[in-house]
Design a protein. Structure first.
Length: 252
């Protein structure tokens, strides 16, 4: 293996914590209600309940596809359009995209990032590592990048890749290859950091990267998978990389 000069990160439960709260969901649903009523030019009785059932049904569909380890990503805009059409709302494309953005706001308002994580990213970047991100997410890439920038993460990244833009999820090698291409590095000099053994560790190792499992937000156990290293917080990553020939970051 070559000395490490690049790092790819997973997003959720690796760099950030997220739990969509009921308050955030209801706020998003009320905004969707107003948007649909405006384009339909009518007030629909019990529309809020309908919106909640539609959005909740899509959330369950997405969760099921991930639980079944499907590799193809769901087209969220097409799914919202089809689902709303089945309940009597055949809405224009721009309205559907606005509805999806409003639904996304429940996610945006539930993400948190620790100052220590931002400090760790900054020290890794200052040490000379090229940083990137690879995330399995049904949400729209432009909205995800807006979240990442708002959180202060985006300024540290050279590239970001989402399953919603390439059409396949980790551990499919195509999403890792796309990320490596955008980062301008090869697998042998790149480390992947993530919280999932199957998606992150096995997927990264299969394309030739070293893989670090983080347990900062959740801890998976499976003897079938063997990460190259395990950390309990992102701040520990800087101490591991020099073992693989990388520079030593400053302590944040």
């Amino acid at each position: 293996m070559k000395p490490v000069r690049a790092i790819l990160f997973d997003f959720g439960h690796t760099l950030v914590d997220f739990r969509r709260t009921e308050q955030a969901l209801h706020a998003a649903y009320r905004q969707i209600l107003v948007r649909i009523e405006a384009v339909a030019y009518i007030e629909v009785p019990e529309l809020l309940d309908l919106v909640e059932r539609v959005a909740g049904g899509i959330d369950r569909l997405v969760a099921q596809s991930y639980a079944e380890r499907r590799m193809e990503e769901i087209d969220l805009v097409a799914t919202f359009k089809e689902t709303l059409s089945t309940v009597g709302f055949d809405l224009p494309e721009d309205v559907i995209e606005h509805v999806v953005a409003l639904d996304h706001s429940a996610y945006s308002n539930s993400i948190t990032v620790e100052p220590e994580v931002l400090a760790a990213l900054g020290s890794l970047e200052e040490a000379g590592y090229t940083l990137g991100l690879v995330s399995n997410v049904t949400l729209l890439p432009r909205l995800m990048r807006a979240d990442i920038d708002a959180l202060g993460i985006g300024r540290h990244l050279k590239a970001s890749v989402f399953s919603s833009e390439v059409g396949v999820r980790k551990p499919d090698p195509r999403i890792f290859s796309e990320a490596l291409s955008r980062l301008g590095t090869d697998p042998a000099e790149t480390v992947f950091v993530g919280d999932r053994l199957y998606d992150d560790v096995s997927g990264a190792q299969a394309v030739g990267m070293r893989a670090v499992l983080t347990r900062q937000f959740r801890a998976e156990e499976d003897r079938q998978f063997r990460p190259d290293a395990v950390i309990d917080h992102l701040r520990e990553l800087g101490a591991i990389l020099p073992r693989w020939g990388g520079p030593t970051p400053r302590e944040g």
